[in-house]
Ligand binder design. Sequence first.
Ligand code: PLP
Length: 459
Amino acid sequence: MSTYLPEPFRIKMVEPLKMTTREERLQYIKEAKYNLFGLKSDGVYIDMLTDSGTNAMSDAQWSRMMLADESYAGARSYHRLIEVCSDIFAYDYFQPVHQGRAAEKIVYPLLLKKGQVSISNMHFDTTRGHVGLAGARPVDCVVAEARDTENFYPFKGNMDTVRLEALIEEYGVAQVGVIVMTITNNSAGGQPVSMANLKEVYAIAQKHKIPLVIDAARFAENAFFIKEREEGYGDKSIKEIVREMFSYGDAFTMSAKKDAIINMGGLIGIKNSAEFYEQVKGLTVPYEGFVSYGGLSGRDLEAMAQGLLEGIDEDFLAYYLGQSRYLGELLQKAGVPFQYPTGGHAIFLDAARILPHIPYYEFPGQSLAVALYTEGGVRGCDIGSYMLDPDPETGEQPQSEMEFTRLCIPRRVYTKSHLEYVAKVIVEVYKKSEEFGGYRIVKAPKVLRHFTAELEPVK
Ligand SMILES: *Cc1c(COP(=O)(O)O)cnc(C)c1O
């Protein structure tokens, strides 16, 4: 039986959507060089490219924005944000920045030296990029269960702690600049990390005196999964769970465009190192602006403070995580392979199994994303080999452990019938999957190529 929890809100403002024809979409995607990021959004019906900054704000957030203080220094809105953050995360220092990667740009060069490695349950693509820009190498160390897309494991996002110890031994403690815990584990399919795993990884980090940074983009969803799935947490509040989660880290970087339900913003949190906070401030001023606004206007700071509170609301989380689960149930009925169980913010279609005739170097995840767009106007993106930049030394295309097409669910934006439409398009594409071929890259930048690369179909 499919379950859909009714929305814990009603709609007060609407944005019209326009449907396009298949012929129009074939033309649009060709003009976009077969890169979904190259499309004009007017040519998209259901936009599931990302849940980042595409969320609908509440009436309370919009009202708060009107009350915002736009002072350059020491704004009331800044102090309100810091108050809310201290209450939720129980850290000593916070630095707002304009988005998640701005936090990464500041934090990673402070922690990583040239030639070092960063070990993570999985680096998100921008994190991978900033580790690389700091001259270090990102190493992923997710549990093997993450690669089994068919079977239920409650915490597929976990770090493989046996391998983590082995990697630290292999590289030598001095070579490991940082350990990064991405919660939820975006690249593994929005899969949660258990409290036990966070605790164990932090113990390992502390034993070796390696700093542990939490990539906190979807911290609230992760907390909800812990509450649902981990023994001993069923009766705890989301805030209690969040506080314990963050107690197992030294600092965090956060894209507030996800669980803080805003359109732009980011955050750095530091547990108790005044010295590290000084270094962070030192880089914030030249990169992002004065510390009390960090690249954001006062109204953004207000929206973030309010959004953080709404993002940890249990009714909201139950409804929102229920949306991806519902979409998953519709696909399961039709036998479409996807990362099961569904994660938080998105459904990750298993493109390697949907398009088994396309090799990794012809990007099955990208091919499926293009097909979903041309067939139904649904925009998703590749989370697979296409997203992995070639090895800087050999120029070789790495093979991703998983070939996904990700369809994200923006928060409070689409309804049950939108999701049913999306499921119908996916099932139609799945039924004629042998019609779709691979792609090759004709032009690409060196770092984070998937945003701007140009592709063509392989004949
Ligand atoms: C989105 C995201 C980032 C980067 O944040 P931006 O706000 O897009 O710069 C980093 N890590 C994870 C896990 C993310 O989902």
